[in-house]
Design a protein. Structure first.
Length: 209
């Protein structure tokens, strides 16, 4: 897999080779019909490869979409270990509300639960691991932005960002780019202004935090 397969130069948000070196394009050995439009090809070893051009486009669209909401009404859920640090840093940078680790059933649907909340939009790191908040968001009509791998179903995801959602570096890069894009769309960061947060700060360290 190399940059030449996608064309030369930069994508809309970052150089293609940064996506590739972070493994954003590496999918699984399963694919769903919903994710087929985002798949570039299948490798000889059976792994499906995501089209990073579409990843880049969707991050840009998601940044514009999320910037429309009050930051205190954006919830980001991440149950899996490698998604937790990137999601947490995204929230710290953008002002969104993190829901890291186990999601308590009823958080979006049971007004009598003390932790009940009414977000206006939900971001999830993985539709499989974050199935409970995804289901509840669908029940109450909250739009969902989802980081989706080749094996994900997307029926309740309103805006798919196709990406490897299991790798440390891939998750860090996508959440970092999304945070930067949200700030740009809000006007808090100029298009040519350096992002003062390093992508490494979004990455779960090997063996934990």
């Amino acid at each position: 897999m190399n940059e030449a397969e996608f064309g030369q130069g930069a994508a809309g948000l970052i150089e293609f080779d940064v996506y590739l070196s972070s493994g954003v394009h590496i999918g699984t050995r399963q694919k769903t019909g919903a994710m087929a439009p985002f798949i570039f090809r299948a490798r000889p070893d059976g792994l499906y490869v995501l089209d990073i051009r579409k990843t880049d486009e969707r991050i840009a669209v998601a940044g514009k979409f999320l910037a429309r909401f009050n930051k205190s009404k954006i919830v980001v859920a991440a149950a899996r270990q490698y998604g937790q640090r990137p999601a947490q840093r995204f929230c710290e940078v953008t002002g969104a509300i993190p829901m890291i680790g186990r999601f308590i059933p009823g958080t979006f649907t049971n007004a009598h639960y003390k932790g009940y909340m009414e977000p206006e939009v939900l971001v999830i790191a993985d539709p499989i691991a974050d199935e409970q908040p995804l289901r509840e968001a669908a029940q109450v009509g909250i739009p969902v932005v989802g980081l989706c791998d080749t094996d994900n179903e997307t029926a309740d995801v309103d805006l798919v960002i196709p990406t490897n959602n299991k790798g440390r570096k891939a998750l860090a890069l996508v959440f970092w780019l999304l945070a930067r894009q949200v700030l740009r769309e809000r006007g808090e960061l100029l298009p040519d202004q350096p992002f003062g947060v390093q992508v490494e700060e979004f990455e779960t360290k090997a063996g934990g935090e």
